[in-house]
Design a protein around this ligand. Structure first.
Ligand code: FPP
Length: 256
């Protein structure tokens, strides 16, 4: 898939919460942050924050479908999140299972294609089974491509791509001089998905935390203070409105 410079914008939107005629980003990627703080503010366990975070996932996907967004990616579990206490890791894995079991059929009916990126070999076999079931069931859907990043790290993604190209060079199948950024992008786990036009991070933190490092080279970054469990359609629309007001030059001057 070509990089962001060839995907300047998505469809024109008629969604009521957005300025009419404004161009939607083709791909929004979200770093969902703040579940723990949301729960702590309510003197509740972190697991409660994650549970409400899963509700925010459901709402956000629904909003993305209604708005007419073509691609949505959510960062559900990073390669570094394995360092969390085992109970919290287990809670998050159970939420993923429960989300897939509950939502897979409804998302399929709405024309959502579900896919996963990340180190699935590090996940439990039954979860991988559910992931494969969701991917197979929804493979032909085209309304929204919904990618969930689990056990995902941007650096790992780049290392794995470099390794697969190196193997092809070593096998004599690939001339190293033909490796360019398009070929490299096609070796990443996100092949087939345009680079995110807009990356949103919730909870007021302003960093990428190893998310889509290659793919976000020209993404617009929008940081919102809302904690993820509170994230609602209005927050998504506000971020899209901020995006629509940005001047994207992709390293050029903006003059055609
Ligand atoms: C960050 O908040 C959030 C996560 C590490 C997990 C995100 C997971 C979900 C929203 C639920 C399950 C996902 C799906 C797709 C159903 P944090 O725990 O780091 O919050 P904190 O920074 O306030 O501690």
């Amino acid at each position: 898939m070509k990089n962001a410079a060839t995907h300047k914008s998505g469809p024109e939107t008629l969604a009521p919460g957005l300025p009419s005629g404004s161009r939607l980003p083709a791909h929004i990627a979200i770093i969902m942050d703040g579940n723990g703080r949301w729960a702590e503010k309510r003197l509740m366990p972190r697991s409660f924050g994650h549970k409400q975070g899963a509700e925010a996932v459901r709402r956000t996907v629904e909003a993305a479908v209604e708005i007419g967004l073509p691609y949505l990616t959510l960062f559900a579990f990073s390669s570094e999140n394995w360092k969390r206490p085992v109970d919290e890791v287990n809670d998050l894995m159970w939420l993923l299972r429960s989300y897939l079991r509950k939502e897979m059929a409804a998302l399929h009916r709405q024309g959502v294609r579900i896919q996963f990126i990340g180190a699935r070999h590090s996940l439990a076999a039954d979860l991988v089974g559910l992931i494969e079931e969701a991917e197979t069931l929804t493979a032909q859907n085209q309304r929204l491509v919904f990618t969930i990043a689990v056990s995902y790290g941007g650096q790992d993604d780049i290392v794995e791509a470099a390794r697969s190209l190196a193997r092809r060079v070593a096998a004599g199948e690939l001339d190293p001089d033909t490796i360019d950024s398009d070929l490299f992008a096609a070796a990443l786990s996100t092949r087939g998905i345009p680079d995110p036009d807009l990356v949103i991070r919730t909870s007021g933190e302003q960093r990428l935390s190893n998310f889509m490092l290659w793919q976000s080279a020209y993404s617009e970054l929008v940081f919102v203070d809302t904690l993820w469990p509170d994230f609602a359609r209005q927050d998504l629309e506000r971020a899209i409105t901020v995006f629509a007001g940005r001047d994207r030059r992709f390293g050029g001057t903006g003059a055609v």
